[in-house]
Ligand binder design. Structure first.
Ligand code: PBG
Length: 297
């Protein structure tokens, strides 16, 4: 769910037909729908006003920021609904990168210090699962230590451990307003090379050692071999993220009448499950849940 400021607002996202941004009051309606459909876990992503973005993403650890207000409000009304929040600076930085930059270079360790602050802010707001999606090295250990020290030992860390520098995130960047990236290489210096398989195993091993409770492979469909390998190799739940580009690609074909909606969506999900995913992040969740309920009746 994409969150915006204001009241009674719903905005469409041009590159993701069917997915919308909602103000917090409308997010509550979506939570009600999710709960009714039997969806027990949601992920929240903020789109903040441009003037709140800066080079260091300071708004990320403002305890009154949009996402924290949203988490608190959801927990008031739906205490049982599990909330996942991203840890990464891209919704908050003026340049759109997940970390801070000096002289065109991402500063890994300085970024980690800010990510720890962001994670603590989210934990204090009531988020259940902290999901670092930034791909800095060493951040899982630092976040885990800080959680333990600050009495948040029950918070789960879902590490986007095998996250590729993918063209399929384009629509998401549109959704959170982080589309224009500075630097020509995009996020290739910290996300993984799509041609590289062995690094995925290395990244995952490190994250487990540092204290990750759940792993994420992302995107899903072009990386099913990685889902298979990780779920076979490690005794930790392996989630897969059917990302925005995978969603938009299917929706575009469905809207043109080139693919059959139900068959194509379900087949895409079966493939991810067959590859070994313990759970699937997908923008199709409401459609799938509705269909599952009908099937059970
Ligand atoms: C932010 C983040 C991204 C996604 C989830 N968290 C974008 C990126 O890394 O550029 C992508 C999700 C999607 O495409 O649906 N770090």
């Amino acid at each position: 769910l994409f969150v915006i400021d204001g009241r009674n607002k719903t905005q469409s996202i041009k590159t993701m037909p069917g997915v919308e941004r909602y103000s917090i009051d409308n997010i509550l309606i979506q939570c009600e729908i999710a709960t009714t459909l039997g969806i027990h876990m949601i992920a929240l992503f903020p789109k903040i006003e441009d003037d709140k973005r800066d080079t260091h993403g300071i708004e990320a650890h403002n305890e009154n920021n949009l996402i924290c207000r949203c988490v608190k409000e959801i927990k008031k009304h739906f205490p049982e609904l599990i909330i996942i929040c991203d840890v990464a600076l891209d919704p908050y930085t003026s340049h759109g990168h997940d970390g801070i930059i000096e002289d065109g270079v991402i500063l890994n360790d300085k970024t980690n210090d800010i990510l720890v602050k962001q994670a603590m802010t989210l934990a204090a707001a009531g988020c259940d699962i902290i999901a670092p999606s930034d791909m800095m090295d060493g951040r899982i250990g630092k976040i885990r230590n800080a959680l333990e020290k600050n009495d948040f030992s029950d918070i789960i860390i879902l590490s986007y451990a095998a996250k590729y520098a993918s063209a399929f995130y384009g629509p998401f960047r549109d959704a959170v307003g982080a589309k224009k990236l500075s630097g020509e290489s995009g996020k290739a210096t910290y996300q993984m090379d799509p041609r590289n398989k062995s690094e995925a195993i290395a990244e995952v091993s490190l994250d487990i050692e540092e204290g990750a409770d759940i792993l994420m492979v992302k995107p899903a469909m072009p990386y099913l071999d990685i889902v298979r390998q990780i779920s076979d190799t490690f005794d930790v739940p392996c989630f897969a993220y059917q990302v925005s580009g995978e969603y938009s690609m299917l929706v575009a074909a469905i809207h043109n009448g080139w693919l059959s909606e139900e068959d194509a969506i379900f087949e895409s999900i079966f493939g991810i499950k067959r590859a070994g995913a313990s759970a699937i992040f997908t923008y199709f969740a409401p459609i799938i849940a509705k269909k599952l309920i009908k099937t059970h009746i």
